[in-house]
Design a protein. Structure first.
Lengths: 150, 177
């Protein structure tokens, strides 16, 4: 669930619900931790993180002050739902869990941002959906250029 | 040119002739050999090098050793008397699995100690804002926030502004389950 300020274009993730099936779980605490980290990274890819170069090829995002790595203040707590379908491909039935949450959370957040402005006719915003990109898309839509992109 | 500094680190007085440009982080790690204080970004962004200077959290890569002269510094090593007797915040990080690779952990713990000193019973939002200067790539912050809430004597599932953790029971579609 994303809250979006149409004045500034800033999107904030309010809630996120995830389901993961990693087969037989050997250590629930560590498995959940892996999912947490992945969810955060996926949200960050959708909203914040981008490596930017200027026209001469100089990197503009060379430090954590310029690159949008999120802090605790930008992220919510996560709600996890667990499925355990053992795989038959190994004796213990376990699948992968390493940062698995990344895969689902990026499209979920990106879709939530687009959904929040879909009533304006906007169907697509490039990742990461920064306030500038969202604001530009909203203004383009209001000026009758539906579906245009930042 | 060197300058003599006298800094009390973890309760013990230390002294050295140092270059005026020497950072407190390097004084702790190189001069004293206290490697518990990590240096992540060297640009005051990540907070891995956070220590307490006269009880208040500072990023030690932005403090010169000469600025800490005649003051008290507490590092991760000085927080807990011994591994069997962890500081409440360190114990909470362990209990709540508030770390994965562990690189940000010393800084996170020191920042949390300072935060709880200022605000003994923070809400989830206050914890998140209080740790804004400390970056973590592994945990997504979820369990770090829970650890700080737990260290403040609150139930992380019930603290103000918190969502209960893992509300739905696990379910399985496995054939044998």
């Amino acid at each position: 669930v994303v809250e979006l300020d149409t004045e500034s274009g800033k999107a904030v993730v309010d809630k996120i619900f995830t389901v993961d099936d990693a087969g037989t779980i050997l250590n629930p605490l560590l498995a959940e931790g892996q999912r947490h980290g992945g969810i955060a990274q996926g949200i960050a890819q959708a909203l914040y993180e981008e490596v930017v170069y200027d026209s001469d090829g100089n990197p503009l995002t060379a430090t954590f002050a310029d690159y949008g790595i999120p802090s605790a203040a930008e992220l919510p707590s996560y709600t996890l739902l667990t499925m355990e379908t053992p795989t038959h491909l190994n004796p213990i039935g376990a699948k992968g869990i390493g940062e698995a949450g990344t895969i689902g959370s990026t499209p979920a957040v990106q879709s939530a941002v687009c959904d929040a402005v879909s009533h304006l006719g906007i169907r697509h915003i490039d990742m990461p959906a920064t306030p500038l990109r969202v604001w530009t898309a909203i203004h383009a839509a209001e000026n009758g250029q539906n579906g245009s992109n930042a | 040119m060197t300058v003599k500094v006298e800094i009390t680190v973890n309760g013990e007085s230390t002294s050295a002739d140092v270059e005026p440009r020497l950072l407190l982080a390097h004084y702790l790690r190189e001069t004293l050999g206290l490697k518990g204080t990590n240096i992540g970004c060297d640009t005051t962004s990540c907070g891995a090098c956070t220590v307490l200077l006269d009880g208040e959290s500072v990023k030690s890569c932005t403090v010169l050793a000469v600025q800490a002269d005649q003051q008290q510094v507490t590092t991760m090593e000085g927080l807990s008397p011994d591994p069997a007797n962890l500081h409440p915040v360190a114990a909470a990080f362990r209990a709540e699995h508030g770390l994965q690779c562990g690189f940000c952990t010393p800084g996170m713990v020191m920042a949390a100690v300072s935060l709880l000193e200022e605000n003994a019973k923070p809400t989830e939002k206050q914890v998140r804002e209080g740790l804004e200067g400390n970056l973590c790539r592994c945990t997504g912050y979820h369990n770090i926030v829970r650890a700080v809430l737990a260290a403040s004597g609150q139930d992380p599932d019930r603290a103000e502004g918190s969502e209960p953790d893992v509300v739905a029971p696990g379910f399985s579609t496995g054939s044998g389950a």
